[in-house]
Write a protein that binds this ligand. Structure first.
Ligand code: NIG
Ligand code: FE
Length: 400
């Protein structure tokens, strides 16, 4: 990228014109419409987009950033991650590639390593992952707790997550920790009671791993208890559902008004009917996490079926040490296109506007007057290259 004009010193109050944009993806229109402007420019003031249009009609600005004939897209919105953790589970991944199944049992080893890690160690790794994500075009990340699983530890992880993002999710209901295996309901009551009370002020969202196919996750009643308590404490809801097999997660997400049901690997026809009916009244976004299926050797979900049913879809990474140690939104898009029936443009919309919808954010996932100036540059003349050149790090967040 070449840069002209003043690029140093404070930019507070200055207007910056981004020029040299071969095509601009704005997402400023109806769902699934990328609102592409060829030969575009973007005006930014104080971190906010104030104008978009063709370069020929651009207003003057105090400062110019020329992206040199590259495509510009809204920064990726990665609406699902678990990046506050310690330890290493690469051996578990390698064993899965040789045929071992994933059932959530490995989470216990991350919990043990996380509990004994210092704040600084957790912070250093989370920061590195946020930096990696930004270098790959992600400008907003949701981050969950869930590897502490007692009140003190969950609060600690939420505090560190909050240093990374405003989109912080309390996941005390990740799995039943070892000390409660004899009495899982006692753990459910702890999460729904004292733990939520202590943790809710440090979070924006509450989530649960609703998965009867896992020996360590939560069934429908347990998940409902945890989610209802989160809601009663003022948290918005998200649900890990239907990851390992068909299950009650998607239904619960609709029933309780969750913003998103994530994974959705095994949606039934009945789930799709329910989600489709709820879609008109702001029902849950279905958030696909394609790199999880890659990393667990599970079947890929049929995104086409979900989109065709009129349901809003997001694509995110789920970056975590167990099921997906990747924070590459481009890779998630590539798999969604090649294996899940999405077009490249649908995958791009889902990775940007879809993620924003999953987080109920109107100020990100698009480039339009009033939106945050979260822009990413594709090192290519068109957005098509993101998936066309799969595996090549073409996308990066634009520092303005
Ligand atoms: O989203 N499904 C539950 N939680 C994570 C995996 C966590 C782990 O295995 O460490 C997920 O896939
Ligand atoms: Fe997850």
């Amino acid at each position: 990228m070449t840069t002209t004009g003043t690029t140093t010193g404070t930019t507070t109050g200055t207007t910056t014109l981004i020029t040299g944009i071969s095509e601009l993806v704005t997402n400023d229109g109806p769902d699934w419409d990328l609102g592409v402007i060829p030969g575009a420019a973007v005006l930014v003031e104080d971190g906010t987009v104030t104008w978009t249009g063709t370069a020929a009609t651009a207003p003057d600005a105090e400062r110019t950033v020329d992206v040199g004939g590259r495509a510009v897209i809204p920064g990726f919105v990665d609406s699902h991650s678990h990046i506050v953790f310690a330890g290493d589970r690469s051996a578990e991944f390698t064993a899965r590639m040789a045929g071992a199944a994933y059932d959530g049992g490995g989470i216990a080893s991350t919990v043990a390593a996380t509990r004994s890690a210092t704040d600084d160690a957790l912070r250093e790794r989370a920061r590195r992952l946020v930096g990696e994500a930004r270098a790959q075009g992600t400008t907003l990340l949701e981050v969950k707790s869930g590897y502490g699983l007692d009140t003190t530890q969950e609060k600690r992880l939420l505090g560190i997550a909050h240093e990374m993002t405003g989109e912080v999710t309390f996941l005390g209901g990740h799995v039943v920790p070892a000390g409660y295996r004899h009495d899982p309901d006692a753990y459910v009551h702890l999460v729904a009671g004292a733990m939520t009370q202590a943790c809710a002020p440090s979070a924006k969202w509450g989530d649960v791993f609703c998965e009867p196919h896992s020996p360590v996750a939560f069934d429908e009643d347990q998940s409902r208890e945890i989610l209802e308590s989160a809601r009663n404490h003022g948290l918005g809801l998200r649900v890990h559902g239907a990851q390992l097999g068909p299950g009650p997660g998607p239904r619960l997400a609709v029933e309780l008004g969750a913003a998103s049901v994530d994974h959705a690997t095994f949606l039934t026809d009945a789930d799709i009917d329910l989600l489709s009916q709820a879609a008109g009244s702001g029902g849950p976004v279905v958030t696909f996490l394609p790199v999880v299926e890659f990393s667990t050797r599970q079947p890929y979900p049929d995104a086409r079926r979900v989109i065709d049913a009129g349901i809003t879809v997001a694509v995110a990474t789920d970056c975590n040490p167990g099921t997906c140690y990747s924070n590459s939104m481009s890779m998630a898009m590539a798999i969604a296109v090649r294996e899940m029936g999405m077009t490249p443009d649908e995958a791009l919309w889902a990775a940007t506007a879809g993620g924003a919808r999953a987080l109920r954010r109107a100020d990100v996932g698009k480039i339009a007057p009033g939106s945050r100036a979260d822009l990413a540059v594709v090192d290519a003349p068109s957005r098509d290259h993101i998936v066309y050149r799969a595996g090549v790090p073409l996308v990066r967040a634009l520092d303005i």
